[in-house]
Each structure stands twice: as structure tokens, then as C-alpha cells.
Design a protein around this ligand. Structure first.
Ligand SMILES: [Zn+2]
Length: 442
């Protein structure tokens, strides 16, 4: 059934205006509420007889709210309140999202009305709707919610009280987080023109860094202090997934303030075991330490298609056929730390470092030997069997785990010490079966 038919059916059952029901229905569906649940909630809203038996909403502790509750009353402290603009039926609507907490737990909420919620406020939300999001209950504060501000503020456990205001670190951000506050340096930033929902618009995109690591960002309404390079404090940002990693979104509702402190980017980054890194499913900024156990085919002196820049074999591009290849250097090395293995990809600059020469040197060496494989062999001799500390962007897909290295340096750790730490951390027992990723050409 189309949305229109659902609206028709509801309107006739409830004896209310179809357009009104349809608009409500569309709203809920755009928020990923399943259609049956959406219809159920509208039946309650418009006073279907079936809701009479459910009675007045129960007062509940946050930890006791379950997705099966239809409506509840909770008293809680506002931890965060972030505005966001959404669009439905051609109109922009401003909603407020964030987290609430009482002594027992924390819950996400969405406010559809302007209640004036501020972090630190203690509120009682009477008749708040409950919906399920990702298996967890979430509160909907809408026009049927009676919201009051309590004069006496609720005492929160320290762990929750620390969350008031939404201050966090980049490494802790997850897709779906709202109303977050971060203090970051702007590591990369470019102005781009995109085809937005209101036609062509200028945005900033780049990379933020803090002590915990780095994350890409989009600034939808270019802020000069971000473009000038920070450091800045950003309040009320939200996090969305973009190309497999969380991305910080700075909107017109975010507050950006220059700050006067040095940010030692990456100073607190923790090194992950290869197994843990792969388990994240892809991570923008990660450091691993392991042994190079092999240099894969397609390393050393290679040729790329001048059109698509893919690596070509014998002058043949899979897409563009017979082409005049462009010489380049790269390394694809298998790095193993005893917990698992991944492929580290070194670009031309890092390859020059490990090769100990330039592209010209490599071409010269290949000419003399009348074999370009000698370049890969030289690199193999230099790095296989040694331990490296690698930092970069990890992607994980059906072809395996590839770490695009930004830095690749010989490690000065005591390998036994580290191995022991990993074993203890992971409860790891069968360290011998690390899988070698499959061969694939990027
Ligand atoms: Zn090509």
C-alpha cells in the first residue's frame, strides 16, 4: 500500500481530515518509524477507541523505558539539546535532539516543538511518546507532551553529570550522535560548491583533529574561523556516516568559537591490534604495529592508466584497453601482528622512503636489470621481517582490509612486551591463524 492509501484508511477509520493524517504519517515514516507503528501512534493521537484501555502514561525511570511503551512520563536532566533542520513536504522544520538522564540511565530524545530545552535543565516530560531506534527506546516530545521545568534539579551520578553539555572527543563520536561539543584543530579544509537541496551552495570540507585522533567534517554554512584553520570549540554538531566513517557535521545551528589553546593532535591516540582495527569495520585514523611478512605483487615500479589512474598490466587497462601507462611507485605490504593481518598501501612518497630512491632511480635500476621487478625486490629486502608502526585510514570490505598509510616508520617497541599486552587484552589464544587478505588491485 502507498502512503496515500494508508492515510485514506486511517482518515476514514478515525473520521479525521486525510491531508492532516497523511502529513503526520509522512513525518513519522521519514523518521524511519515502521508504517504499522506509525499508524498505531496516529490512532492513539486521534483518539481511536483502542487507546482508551491504555490509560494515562506511566511515570517511569529512564532505565525502565522500553520500546514497547507507547507513552511514558519521565523526570530527567537535559544532557544535550541540539537543533537540526529537517525537510518534509517541501518545508524546513527545526527539531531539537539530544540526551536525557536520571539516576538510572540515559535516553535519546527528539523534540518536535520548541520547548526551550537547555543542557542542565531538569524537566518532567508528561506523555512523551516512545519509539524504537536501533533496538533502543527513544523519547518523542511533541504537541501531546506536557513539558515542565523542575525547580529542584535532579542529582545525577558523576558519570552522567559529566555528559552535560555534550563535551566529547573525536575518537568517541559515533554515527547518529547529536548535539556534540568538540574542541578541534582544522587540519585540512577546502571550499567546495555542491548541488544542495536549495541548488548550488558552498560548503567547507576537511579534517578535524584533537588529542584523540582525526575525523573528516562538513561545514554546511562556511564559518570563517574554521576556514582560517582553528583551533575552535564547536557546540551542537552532529555525526553522520559518510563513506564508511563517522563525519562531524557543523550546521547553521552550531556555535563555533575560536579557542586559545594548543591541541596536540593525536597525542592520546591508542594503538589498536590489527584484529581490533579490522573489527571496527573501517576507521579514519588508526595506528597499528606489526611485522611486514610479505610485499605483494603489484608493488615497486608500476604503471597506471592515464585515464582512470588504476594500476595496469602490460599496457592494458581493464576499462580503457590499450593505454600509454604512467610510471609510479607504490607498495602493498602484508602487516601481521599475531592477531590478524592487513594490507598496508604506501603511496609514491612513502615508497621512495622505503626504497631509498626516487622514481627516476627506480626506472634506472629497472633499465639496467631489464626487469622492473628488481625495484619490488629491493623494497622486499629492506622491509620484510621488520616491524613497523603504521598510521592511516583503514577500509574493510569484501576484498580485505587495506590501510592507506600516512606514516610508516620502523618500530622501536619491544615486540615481546607488546605481544603480551595484546594477548592479555584480547584473551587471544590462537595467534597462528591470521588470515592473509586476498589480492586486489585498487
Ligand atoms: Zn583506465
Amino acid at each position: 500500500m502507498e502512503l496515500d492509501d494508508h492515510a485514506e484508511e486511517l482518515a476514514s477509520d478515525l473520521g479525521v481530515d486525510k491531508e492532516e493524517v497523511k502529513s503526520d504519517l509522512q513525518n513519522l515514516v521519514e523518521y524511519s518509524v515502521p508504517i504499522d507503528e506509525a499508524k498505531g501512534s496516529l490512532r492513539r493521537k486521534y483518539g481511536d477507541g483502542s487507546s482508551a484501555s491504555s490509560g494515562a502514561p506511566q511515570s517511569k525511570a529512564v532505565a525502565d523505558v522500553v520500546p514497547e511503551d507507547s507513552n511514558v512520563t519521565v523526570t530527567a536532566v537535559v544532557l544535550s539539546a541540539g537543533k537540526r533542520s529537517i525537510r518534509y513536504q517541501g518545508d524546513d522544520h527545526v527539531i531539537v535532539e539530544g540526551k536525557l538522564a536520571d539516576e538510572t540511565g540515559v535516553i535519546d530524545y527528539t523534540a518536535w516543538e520548541e520547548f526551550g530545552l537547555e543542557p542542565g535543565d531538569t524537566i518532567t516530560a508528561g506523555n512523551a511518546g516512545v519509539r524504537e531506534w536501533d533496538g533502543e527506546p527513544e523519547l518523542n516530545l511533541g504537541e501531546s507532551t506536557s513539558l515542565s521545568f523542575e525547580e529542584e534539579s535532579l542529582d545525577l551520578p558523576e558519570a552522567y553529570a559529566d555528559l552535560i553539555g555534550g563535551d566529547t572527543q573525536l575518537a568517541d563520536l559515533q554515527t547518529g550522535d547529536r548535539a556534540v561539543t568538540v574542541e578541534v584543530d582544522v587540519l585540512e579544509c577546502e571550499r567546495r560548491t555542491i548541488d544542495g537541496r536549495d541548488g548550488e551552495t558552498e560548503i567547507l570540507s576537511g579534517v578535524f583533529g584533537d588529542e584523540s585522533g582525526r575525523l573528516p567534517f562538513t561545514n554546511w554554512d562556511p564559518v570563517p574561523t574554521i576556514e582560517e584553520g582553528g583551533p575552535v570549540r564547536i557546540e551542537n554538531a552532529y555525526v553522520q556516516e559518510f563513506r564508511g566513517v563517522p563525519e562531524v557535521n557543523v550546521s547553521e545551528f552550531s556555535t563555533v568559537t575560536p579557542i586559545d589553546r594548543e591541541i596536540a593532535v593525536g597525542a592520546d591516540t591508542t594503538t589498536l591490534s590489527v584484529r581490533e582495527a579490522i573489527r571496527t569495520g573501517g576507521i579514519y585514523d588508526v595506528e597499528v604495529v606489526g611485522n611486514v611478512i610479505a610485499v605483494r605483487d603489484g608493488s615497486g615500479l608500476i604503471q597506471r592508466c592515464p585515464e582512470c589512474y588504476r594500476v595496469i598490466q602490460k599496457g592494458q587497462c581493464r576499462t580503457h584497453g590499450d593505454v600509454d601507462g604512467v610510471d609510479d611507485l607504490r607498495v602493498k605490504a602484508i602487516l601481521d601482528d599475531g592477531t590478524a593481518a592487513l594490507t598496508v598501501v604506501l603511496d609514491d612518497d612513502l615508497t621512495e622512503d622505503v626504497y631509498g630512491g626516487t622514481l627516476e632511480d627506480a626506472l634506472e635500476q629497472a633499465r639496467e636489470a631489464m626487469d622492473q621487478e628488481v625495484v619490488a625486490d629491493t623494497i622486499r629486502e629492506r622491509i620484510v621481517g621488520r616491524e613497523y608502526r603504521v598510521r592511516g585510514h583503514l577500509s574493510v570490505d569484501e576484498y580485505g582490509a587495506n590501510l592507506d598509510a600516512e606514516s610508516f616508520a620502523e618500530s622501536d617497541d619491544d615486540p615481546e612486551e607488546r605481544a603480551r599486552a595484546f594477548l592479555e587484552d584480547a584473551g587471544w589464544t590462537d595467534a597462528g591463524d591470521a588470515e592473509v587478505p586476498e589480492e586486489v588491485d585498487a
